[in-house]
Design a protein around this ligand. Structure first.
Ligand code: BGC
Length: 719
């Protein structure tokens, strides 16, 4: 239906970054029995019929690999149509024209455009299709500036410019795909308190680092202005701080009309806990402001709780970090001039993500974008979508990728398959998975290792040499371990899909051999953890002993970064050192998860010392307070502390292994996941020296309690 429409763009020239309204007035020809709007745009849009917002989908059509995939949406508008109608589609820069797309000017030239088709069926059986064409008009919207990083400027008094004819635009329609991902919708509404900083500035504190925007409601006079900018944390003195937003201005600039005003940004989003009030007419009334959280409409499925208050706050922070960064794609962070779908961050967190929320659809879409941008030699990018480049542009780039980032191509589909048990995700992505492994095989300098290539290594490891972001672990060891792991997943997926995987089986054996020969010993915590967790260490016992010793000698503190941290607790507990893993989890001194909680974090930080004990900050160059990656520790809490595990032979929790590992330092802990088969939950409570276990399984389960194995069917069991 939508393909019958033509792409239209303004014939008038409006200011750069001003939003454009495309509109059409029309009369219904009779009594309407059905009406559907199909639409998309180049940018992001808000569509209205007769002045009313058509849907609860914000920032539509979402972010995809635009050169080959652009989602369109379908809305039932039967009840919204009248005799005389006005259809308006307001379009902003969004991702496609935003700075986020790619910082290369040539890629920022995508024009604003709309494609829409309104299908109407009348009660006499006749049909009508109102499509975008040259009969549509455009006008400049009252949003004079919009940019994802920089914010929005809106003047409620703006008088409509004279309607100008839209003109046709030649733009591909073969890139159109129906909506694949979740809708991006509004969620929690938070009320702020007003604080006066020591330097006199007025700051609204929403109590939670969030992603979305603020709604402003006030009575005002014409020309009164409200100007706000965003911050995530206060500095050591309690003053507003926003240097870590780097070049992102993240501003809200609203000019009021006479009387009652209600405004919220329509075409952008922000990451913030604090808003600095730079301008406000008269005495600031905090009740005029409401923080609205905006993210993909993912359903919460996970629950974690225990007897330790700080840990409970950490669990909350992990859930918030996910919501705040799951706005259509898994972003690294929602606030600074980045907000890209960094694949390494996404990969380490996928299992946790899939327990916390139902993210099947979310990943299904994102992985298709990653696959769409895979190079013909198999390389995938370090983030997806890459931007707005054509395939030709992508091919002309010097490739940048890294182990652990590119491996998202194998790990994410596998994790999603394991949690939801739907083999479709492997079918759709097998080509990308095997292609990635083939790419490494072709790109490495030394056969069966991954050498001679750029790698991020153990990104942001605590043991990074002064002035570097890259932890001191051997990058080629990490890369080779991931090469082995990705190959093992291609073998598993290939077997399920009945492919010939003999080549990969041979390859896997050789990588393991080469790994053991080349990396016979391990220096850092990350090297140990990776060798153990990926089942590569030749002598597991001595490697685990050495890792536990290192951790203890370091005062039960970690030295790991993005790559080592997600493996560390698993590597310890898989090898008899669950107590040491707990010591790391419960550590409150820097560097640790609970250090950030003690420092007031409401989300997961990018750096273990984003804010230091004395209140000073890590360099503003790379210091997000809303980077979910370290939140991957939740998969250890679900899987080891509470002991809830998926089974490869019966994925999607069709069978479950439940093997809780209690620790006396907590008096109780519970976890549950609302799986495709029903809710699985595991709780343990210390009663003196004894532990009482309460387990509910929706599927046949193997329950292991203090060394004893019980095979049970669906039900609730107390031990
Ligand atoms: C991002 C990270 C990302 C990294 C690549 C950063 O700028 O924020 O989260 O994974 O670059 O090393």
């Amino acid at each position: 239906m939508i393909k019958e429409a033509d792409w239209i763009t303004p014939s008038a020239t409006y200011e750069d970054h001003a939003a454009v309204v495309y509109f059409k007035d029309f009369k219904a020809k009779g009594k309407i029995t059905e009406a559907k709007l199909y639409t998309t745009c180049l940018g992001v849009y808000e569509a209205k019929l007769n002045g009313e917002r058509i849907s609860n989908y914000y920032l539509a059509p979402g972010w995809t690999a635009y050169h080959s995939r652009l989602q369109y949406q379908e809305y039932d508008v039967t009840k919204m149509l009248k005799g005389t109608n006005k259809l308006e589609i307001e379009v902003g820069d969004g991702w496609i024209r935003g700075r986020v797309a790619m910082k290369v000017p040539k890629f920022l030239k995508t024009p604003s455009a709309v494609l829409a088709s309104l299908y109407i069926k009348y009660d006499d059986g006749t049909e009508e299709n109102i499509i975008t064409d040259e009969t549509w008009n455009t006008k400049r919207s009252n949003i004079s500036f919009n940019e994802l990083y920089d914010g929005e400027t809106c003047d409620a008094n703006f008088k409509d410019t004279k309607p100008e004819k839209a003109k046709l635009l030649k733009w591909s329609k073969s890139i159109l795909i129906p909506q694949e991902g979740e809708f991006i919708t509004e969620h929690e509404r938070l009320k702020p308190i007003l604080i006066t900083a020591p330097n006199g500035e007025k700051i609204l504190d929403f109590g939670q680092n969030m992603t979305g925007y603020v709604e402003i409601e006030l009575d005002a006079k014409v020309g009164d202005r409200v100007i706000l900018d965003c911050g995530e944390v206060l500095d050591a003195d309690g003053n507003f701080y926003r240097d870590n937003y780097r070049s992102a201005l993240a501003k809200i600039d609203y000019t009021c009309c006479d009387g009652h005003n209600v405004y919220k940004p329509r075409l952008t989003f922000y990451g913030f806990r604090y808003l600095r009030v730079l301008k406000y007419p008269g005495k600031i009334d905090p009740s005029s402001f409401t923080g609205i959280c905006v993210y993909s409409d993912i359903k919460k499925t996970g629950h974690l709780e225990c007897s330790n208050k700080l840990l409970n706050r950490l669990f909350d922070n992990i859930f918030w970090g996910q919501k705040d960064n799951y706005l259509d794609i898994p972003t690294d962070c929602p606030q600074r001039d980045e907000r890209n779908g960094w694949a390494g961050d996404a990969q380490v967190f996928t299992r946790t993500a899939s327990y916390n929320y139902d993210v099947y659809k979310f990943f299904d879409k994102w992985l298709q974008d990653m696959a769409a941008e895979q190079h013909k030699d198999g390389e995938v990018f370090q983030f997806a979508p890459r931007g707005t480049m054509t395939y030709k542009d992508i091919m002309s780039l010097p490739y940048q990728n890294s182990a652990a980032w590119g491996d998202a191509a194998t790990i994410c589909p596998w994790e999603i398959y394991m949690t939801y048990g739907n083999i479709e995700i492997l079918k759709k992505n097998y080509k990308m998975m095997s292609g990635w492994v083939d790419y490494i095989t072709g790109a490495t300098k030394d056969k069966y290792l991954w050498t001679g290539h750029f790698h991020y290594g153990d990104w942001l490891g605590v043991d990074a040499p002064e002035g570097s972001y890259e932890g001191k672990s051997n990058k080629e060891l990490i890369a080779t371990a991931y090469y082995a792991y990705s190959t093992s997943l291609v073998i598993k997926a290939g077997k399920l899909l009945k492919k010939d995987v003999s080549k990969y089986e041979e390859l896997y054996k050789n990588i393991v051999k080469a790994f053991r020969k080349t990396f016979p010993s391990y220096q850092t915590q990350t090297e140990h953890a990776i060798a153990l967790h990926f089942d590569l260490a030749k002598d597991k016992k001595s490697t685990a002993d050495s890792l536990a010793k290192m951790v203890k000698e370091n005062g039960n503190k970690l030295t790991t970064g993005f790559v080592g941290t997600p493996c560390l607790l698993h590597a310890l507990s898989e090898n008899g050192y669950a107590d040491v893993a707990y010591s790391l989890l419960l550590q409150e001194e820097y560097p640790s998860w609970l250090f950030s909680v003690r420092m007031g974090a409401t989300t997961i930080w990018e750096h273990w010392d984003g804010k230091k004990e004395d209140g000073s900050f890590w360099s503003e160059k790379m210091n997000s307070f809303n980077h979910y990656a370290y939140g991957a520790v939740a998969d250890w809490v679900y899987g080891v502390a509470a002991g809830i595990n998926r089974v490869e032979e019966a994925p999607g929790f069709k069978e479950i292994v439940i093997k809780p590992v209690p620790d006396k330092r907590l008096s109780w802990l519970e976890a549950s996941i609302d799986t495709r088969c029903g809710v699985v939950s595991s709780k343990w409570v210390y009663e003196g020296d004894k532990v009482r276990y309460e387990i509910t399984t929706p599927s046949p389960a193997t329950i292991v309690i203090e060394g004893k194995t019980y095979k049970v069917g669906k039900g609730t069991y107390i031990f």
